[in-house]
Design a protein around this ligand. Structure first.
Ligand code: F0G
Length: 438
C-alpha cells in the first residue's frame, strides 16, 4: 500500500492510486505486507551473482578459454588469475545485441540487432581490448603504458592503469577530443600530452616515445588488444545461439574492430564453431575515408585487397603521400574516427577478404541522425556509432544488405560530447530534432 509518513495521520491508499501526498498533504511511503525471509540473502548472493567471481561476470574473461594467452588453467585458477585485469568484472557485462524497434523501422530491416558497447565501464568498446592488453602488460611486468587517442582509448587505458597502479601517458590531437573523454584521462590520473596535429600525428609521436622510454603501447596495433575485442563478436554470437548473422557492421577508424572481428570469425570457422561466415561492413565517415577510397578503387582505379597475404602496400604509401602533398587532412565532427591512416589496414583487409566484406561511407549529418535515432530507443551512443544505422540504411538502399538479412551493428561508444546532441536537438531542421519548449 501507499501510507502517509505522518504517524498521527497514517492514511493508506492502494498501489493503483496516482498521488504524491495523502489527503492532508503529507508525503507517502510504500509499505509491503510480507516480511522477506532472510534465506533470500543466499539466493541473491549465490544464485544471482555469477558465482562470485569477477572473471565470470566480465564479458571478456568469461570467454577466457578463447583468448588464453595467459595459459589460464581452470584447475589452478586462483594462481593464474592474478594477472587478469578487470574493472570489477564490468567490461563487456552489459553489452549484447538488442532489438531497437525505431532504428529497425527507420532503416527498414526486421532483423537488426544493435550492441551498445558504450555501456562498458569507461563508456566505449575499448575496455574489451584494454583489459587484455593491460593483462599482457602486467604479465611482462610493465610499469608504464602509452597510447595515442581520439579519446576513448585514452579513457580506457587511463582507467585500467589507475586501477592497476601503472603509469599512463596519452598523446592526443589538441582541441580534437570530446570533453567527456579528455576529462576521463585527467580524472584517472594519466599524463596527457597534447600534440599539434591530428590522431595520425599523435600515433607516430607516441610510438616513437614508447620506443625511447620503454613504454608499452596499448593502441589497437597491439595484438593483445585485438584478442579482447574478439569477445564483442563472441557475445553477439552467443546471444544468437552461435547462429551467425548475415552481417556485422562497425564504424571504421584505425580498424582495430574490423581486425578483431575478422580474427574471431577466422578462428571460430577453423574450430568449426560456426559454419557460416557473416560479412563485415565497415562504415567510414566521408571526411576520413581512406579505407573506403582504397577498397573501392577510388584512387588509381585499383581495388586494394588482402590478396591472400600479398596486398599492394605501395598503393597505400602512394595514397598517404598524395594526402600529405595535397594537404588532405581527415575532417569530421565524429572526432572518434577522424583518422586518415588506419594503423590496422592490413589486418582490416584480411578480415574483409575472409568475410567478403564491404566498405561504405556516410556524411556527418547521416551519422548525427543515426545517433539521434538510437536515442529514440532509450539508448545512448556517440556520433561515430551513429555511422552504423546510417551505413546499414545506405547498404539497404543499394540492395547490398537485403531486407530479410540478419544484421548485428556495433554501437561503439557512449555520448561524451553533450554539445553535439544538444545542438542537434535544438535545431528543428534536423530529422529527429526534439527542440525544447519555453
Ligand atoms: N567508434 C568509437 C566510439 C571510437 O572511439 C573509435 C576509435 C572507433 C569507433 C573506431 O574503431 O579504430 O577499431 O576502427 N577510437 C580510437 C581512440 C581511435 O583513440 O579512441 P577502430
Amino acid at each position: 500500500m501507499q501510507k502517509c509518513i505522518e504517524p498521527t495521520c497514517g492514511l493508506e491508499y492502494p498501489i493503483s492510486d496516482i498521488r504524491i501526498e495523502c489527503d492532508r498533504g503529507h508525503l507517502l511511503d510504500i509499505k509491503y505486507k510480507t516480511t522477506p525471509s532472510t534465506s533470500l540473502k543466499d539466493v541473491f548472493y549465490k544464485r544471482r551473482n555469477h558465482s562470485n567471481n569477477i572473471f565470470n561476470e566480465s564479458g571478456v574473461w568469461r570467454f577466457r578459454e578463447l583468448l588464453n594467452f595467459c595459459q589460464i588453467d581452470n584447475e589452478n585458477f586462483e594462481e593464474c588469475s592474478k594477472y587478469l585485469v578487470s574493472l570489477d568484472g564490468s567490461e563487456g557485462r552489459l553489452s549484447k545485441p538488442y532489438h531497437m524497434s525505431k532504428v529497425s523501422d527507420y532503416v527498414g530491416l526486421k532483423n537488426l540487432w544493435l550492441q551498445p558497447e558504450g555501456y562498458n565501464p569507461s563508456g566505449s568498446f575499448k575496455d574489451n581490448g584494454m583489459s587484455t592488453a593491460v593483462t599482457h602488460a602486467k604479465l611482462v611486468n610493465i610499469k608504464k603504458i602509452i597510447c595515442a587517442s581520439t579519446g576513448n582509448t585514452s579513457a580506457s587505458a587511463a582507467m585500467y592503469a589507475a586501477n592497476e597502479n601503472i603509469e599512463c601517458d596519452v598523446y592526443i590531437p589538441a582541441g580534437e577530443v570530446a570533453p567527456g573523454k579528455l576529462s576521463q584521462a585527467f580524472q584517472f590520473g594519466a599524463q596527457v600530452i597534447e600534440i599539434k596535429g591530428n590522431f595520425d600525428d599523435a600515433l607516430s609521436v607516441s610510438l616513437q616515445k614508447a620506443n625511447e622510454v620503454g613504454g608499452y603501447t596499448v593502441n589497437s596495433v597491439n595484438p593483445f588488444r585485438i584478442e579482447g575485442q574478439k569477445t564483442i563478436v563472441f557475445r553477439a554470437l552467443e546471444y544468437l545461439d552461435w547462429n551467425p548473422p548475415d552481417w556485422i557492421v562497425y564504424p571504421g577508424g584505425a580498424l582495430g574492430n574490423t581486425s578483431s572481428c575478422g580474427k574471431s570469425l577466422i578462428e571460430l570457422y577453423q574450430w568449426k564453431w560456426i559454419k557460416k561466415i557473416p560479412r563485415i561492413a565497415v562504415v567510414n565517415s566521408e571526411g576520413a575515408n581512406t579505407l573506403y577510397t582504397l577498397y573501392n578503387g577510388k584512387f588509381e582505379d585499383t581495388k586494394l585487397r588482402w590478396n591472400k597475404g600479398k596486398p599492394d602496400v605501395e598503393i597505400i604509401k602512394r595514397y598517404y603521400t598524395y594526402m600529405d602533398k595535397n594537404g588532405i587532412k581527415p575532417k569530421t565532427k565524429a572526432t572518434a574516427i577522424q583518422i586518415a591512416k588506419p594503423a590496422n589496414i592490413l589486418k582490416g583487409l584480411r578480415a574483409l577478404e575472409f568475410t567478403n566484406g564491404v566498405v561504405t561511407q556516410v556524411s556527418d549529418q547521416e551519422m548525427m541522425d543515426g545517433m539521434a535515432l538510437v536515442g529514440l530507443n532509450g539508448f545512448d551512443c556517440e556520433m561515430a556509432s551513429g555511422a552504423v544505422p546510417a551505413g546499414v540504411k545506405k547498404l539497404i538502399a543499394e540492395e547490398i544488405i537485403k531486407k530479410d538479412d540478419v544484421v548485428v551493428g556495433i554501437l561503439t561508444g557512449r555520448q561524451k560530447d553533450a554539445s553535439i546532441s544538444v545542438d542537434y536537438h535544438k535545431n528543428p531542421q534536423n530529422k529527429f530534432a526534439n527542440p525544447p519548449r519555453t
